[in-house]
Design a protein around this ligand. Sequence first.
Ligand code: NAP
Length: 291
Amino acid sequence: MTTLKKVGFIGTGIMGAAMAGHLMDAGFDVSVYNRTKSKAQALIERGAKWCDTVGECAKGQDVVITIVGYPKDVEQVYLGAGGIIDSAKAGAYLVDMTTSSPILAEKIFASAQAKSLHAVDAPVTGGDVGARNATLTILVGGAEDDFNTLQPIFTAMGKNIVYEGSAGAGQKTKACNQIAIAGTLAGVCEAFAYAKASGLDVEKVYSAIATGAAGSFQMTNVARKGLDGNFNPGFMLKHFGKDLAIGTETATAYGASLPILAMVLHEIRKLEAAGNGDLGTQALLKYYGVK
Ligand code: NAP
């Protein structure tokens, strides 16, 4: 049986900082690297070892975990010179938990295999709350044996841990999740835009419909925050735009026609262009003039 002890963790932002903390709590020997060091400070103070580069963080580890921002960041940390593929020891497990492109996940899997490394794509759902509470859903693509070996890592950070199939299948499943959220959130925003335009009291409408058939996580958690005037990000609008762009681009490649997804992406791009990219996704209410 493979024993996993040493973990290199790259990307200690909203999600990664909490997730790396859970791995420390579970007894793993954690080293960290992040582009902005200050975001790893709390982990360093708890005993995580700081590394000055991606390569240093990958070297000699049993497992290397990444949760960075965009596909371009994933490409850089894995495939760039001195990156993870160049630096990890033979036999190491590489786990990308960023929401990224399934096509890139397949490319990383092939590059890793050529160097006797085990790569899986393992994006997550459950948001910042799920990261903090170690209740994430983890969607895994790659070799099933690797999925099984990595169970102690996954169970330290999540609850619903699902093997979806070969390399890229985790990212494809995450795209399905984001596509469903896009339509739901836009629908919720349109309901409140209609309420406001037609002269109703938005709060009364919320109380009437949020717990019925129109209720959803997007209604009671995401839109609720925005209705309260809180636009702090649990999940940033610019990352949502990135996810929907992955969805639209790969949908075209796979031959799926998704008109609502394209429309919501257009709305998000407009909000980003107006300087709202760092706000939470509840800022979609602003597009509709509800807030
Ligand atoms: P975040 O706070 O921006 O964290 C990403 C971290 O990765 C940042 O601290 C960033 O450094 C670091 N980073 C980016 N590129 C890097 C590179 N090349 N080398 C080293 N570090 C790098 O974002 P997040 O909310 O944690 O999200 C991370 C990923 O998880 C995204 O793909 C997002 O779509 C996905 N996700 C987020 C949520 C959520 O609710 N927040 C839920 C599910 C999935 P800097 O500090 O310098 O920017």
